[in-house]
Design a protein around this ligand. Structure first.
Ligand code: AGP
Length: 605
């Protein structure tokens, strides 16, 4: 949430704009920048960075800070957008995060100051200046440090001032990275915002730093530490649309390749996990939560390990009962989701071994977890998660294989013919064949896309849409519903087929549309039942299925999925929803990459 950029170098204004454009997926309701000539100048606007770019003057400056905002306190407008300026006008500051005690700080230290905005962030430059004045204007770093000691909540902060030519910064929970490029320094909320990734330094939590003539970092006792850069130049942050109109469509078409790259990567690494895993707990949010639900089904069915799935914001408050030998898994595309990170800390405090599954190397989750599996889906810019979801499910399938093999090792002596009976089920080595996997990686998205335009035209006219499915297909229904709501603003809801008759059927009439997913052969009859219950009450059904041999002549449309091994169908059955939500959104004239009120990286609780 919110993106911060700061640059110390030559002619920094276009460089700040470039960085902000790279970070725009973090928030985009308003933006601004401050730069210094002899005094501080600030330019702000509501909306996208393109608007800001049009407003910046053709001026040369050697230091500046920029910010793209996702509003938490105060509506999106110029006065609430960053940078915020101290009352004297001499300090300009950008902030990502939430200061929980900003009202107390205002009352305690700044009662005689009239704030201009409705934000928590405006306190920060004023409190720095308060301590700077109180400490006889001797040392701005120490004044900054004093202010930070007062803050409760999460923050990444950068500021410039008229008192010197430095950029000061600090962080707690919200990330900050610094890169050196020639004799220039770039500060960013994440690696994606950096122009050059050869020499990158991740600022540790609770540390502060200053870009003066050089680059200095101090720990939480203000002791200077050594800086070791890491090379992230192989981390490709492809911010080109490659001929696609929007990132979302590009990212949907990248699904097969994202799985292929992750498959190749997983072949080269070993999962670092405890030897004995008797229980699994997944904790995650949104789309990542839905992938954990698929993971639960894979793991319980094929590896026979009991699994619980928790939504991170609920897990924090539900008094989780610890079970022996529990592996806690945190799935997060961004690696920065605040609820997930807090849950991870809680799990560690409960004594659980923690595993992160993420798409962003070196993100905060990787620094907290005991072990990490990095997916290789490539940077996902569109707020709606598409290729990350399908890749997460693929990783969970490979994790299932790992757990199966781990059990096989434990029971080696009775494992004679590559199968093992445990409880009432047979455990097989691998729930798919190599050819089946190859077929998954070779799917052609255009084949699924064939009927989407026609269906999207019908659905774009609706005020609400129902989606149904059984077992795995119910999870796809939930994720499909989230996707359509998230970007097209059409209300959708998801139900298990069998639940319709327990309430929702009363909503079905001649105007109703229902999307029914049917990918499990053994459940065809049950899903067809639900479809006929809808049709006989006047509802219209669009069916998503790989089964060409089933009579669906009653349906108003059928979207066919590729014929893959069944274990892969939860990966591909979501793709029609990706395409539908994209196309409905375009038909309605909205921007699918930047849905209102949302941001890619949710770094606030
Ligand atoms: C996905 O389309 C959503 N934008 C959202 O639900 C997302 O999956 C959720 O915020 C979790 O993000 P994470 O995977 O980065 O933790």
């Amino acid at each position: 949430m919110c993106g911060i950029i700061a640059v110390k170098g030559q002619n920094v204004l276009p460089k700040i704009i470039d960085g902000l454009k790279r970070l725009e997926y973090r928030g985009y309701d308003s933006c601004g920048l401050s730069y210094k000539t002899d005094v501080i100048h600030t330019v702000k606007t509501i909306g996208y960075i393109d608007n800001l770019e049009k407003k910046i003057p053709n001026k040369k400056s050697n230091i500046g800070i920029g910010h793209t905002r996702w509003a938490t306190h105060g509506i999106p407008c110029e006065k609430n957008s960053h940078p915020h300026i101290s009352e004297s006008g001499k300090i300009a500051c950008v902030h990502n995060g939430i200061l929980e005690n900003y009202k107390e700080l205002k009352d305690k230290y700044l009662s005689n100051i009239k704030l201009k905005s409705e934000t928590d962030s405006e306190i920060i430059p004023n409190l720095i200046e308060y301590f700077y004045n109180k400490q006889n204007r001797k040392n701005l770093l120490k004044a900054f440090f004093s202010a930070i000691q007062e803050f409760k909540g999460s923050f990444a902060i950068a500021f410039i001032s008229e008192y010197d030519n430095n950029i000061y910064f600090a962080r707690n929970q919200s990330p900050l990275v610094i890169s050196k490029f020639g004799d220039e320094f770039f500060l960013s909320s994440d690696v994606n915002g950096l122009y050059s990734k050869n020499q990158v330094f991740y600022l540790p939590n609770n540390y502060v730093g200053v870009l003066s003539d050089d680059f200095h970092v101090y720990d939480n006792n203000l002791q200077e530490i050594d800086i070791k850069y890491t090379d992230y130049s192989n981390m490709i942050c492809d911010i080109n649309k490659d001929g696609f109109e929007y990132f979302m469509l590009k990212e949907i078409y990248e699904i097969p390749n994202a799985i292929k790259k992750t498959y190749n990567h997983l072949k080269t690494i070993e999962f670092v996990l405890p030897e004995k895993i008797d229980n699994i707990l997944f904790v995650s949010c949104g789309t990542s939560y839905h992938s954990s639900l698929v993971g639960k089904k894979y793991i319980e069915k094929y590896a026979q390990v009991p699994v619980e799935c928790e939504i991170a914001s609920e897990f924090l408050y539900n008094d989780y009962l610890v079970k022996p030998n529990t592996l806690a898994i945190f799935i997060t595309q961004s690696g920065e989701t605040a609820d997930t990170l807090k849950s991870l800390e809680l799990a560690k405090n409960l004594g659980l071994f923690t595993l992160a599954i993420t798409n962003v190397p070196n993100s905060s989750v990787t620094q907290l977890a005991d072990s990490t599996i990095n997916m290789q889906a490539g940077v996902e810019i569109c707020v709606a998660s598409t290729k990350a979801y399908t890749t997460q499910i693929y990783v969970l399938l490979e994790l299932t294989n790992f757990l199966i093999n781990q059990k096989k090792e434990l029971y080696k002596s009775i494992d004679k013919n590559r199968t093992l009976i445990e409880g009432n089920r047979t455990i097989n080595y691998i729930p798919y064949s190599e050819i089946g996997l190859q077929n998954l990686m070779d799917i052609n998205i255009s084949d699924i896309d064939i009927r989407i335009d026609k269906v999207a035209e019908k659905l774009a006219k609706l005020k609400h849409l129902h989606i149904i499915g059984k077992n795995y297909d119910y999870i796809t229904a939930m994720e499909g519903s989230l996707k359509i709501k998230e970007i097209s603003y059409i209300f959708t809801d998801a139900y298990p087929c069998g639940e319709l008759k327990h309430g929702t059927l009363s909503l079905i009439d001649n105007d109703s549309y229902v999307v029914a997913i049917m990918t499990e052969r053994k459940l065809i009859a049950k899903t067809l039942n639900a479809i006929h219950e809808i049709i006989s009450r006047g509802g219209k059904v669009i069916c998503i299925t790989p089964f060409v041999d089933v009579d669906l002549s009653d349906a108003c449309d059928v979207i066919f999925l590729p014929d893959l091994e069944s274990v892969f169908l939860p990966i591909v059955s979501i793709i029609p929803f990706h395409l539908l939500s994209y196309k409905i959104t375009r038909l309605l004239g909205y921007n699918p990459d930047k849905p209102r009120n949302l941001a890619k990286s949710v770094t606030v609780e």
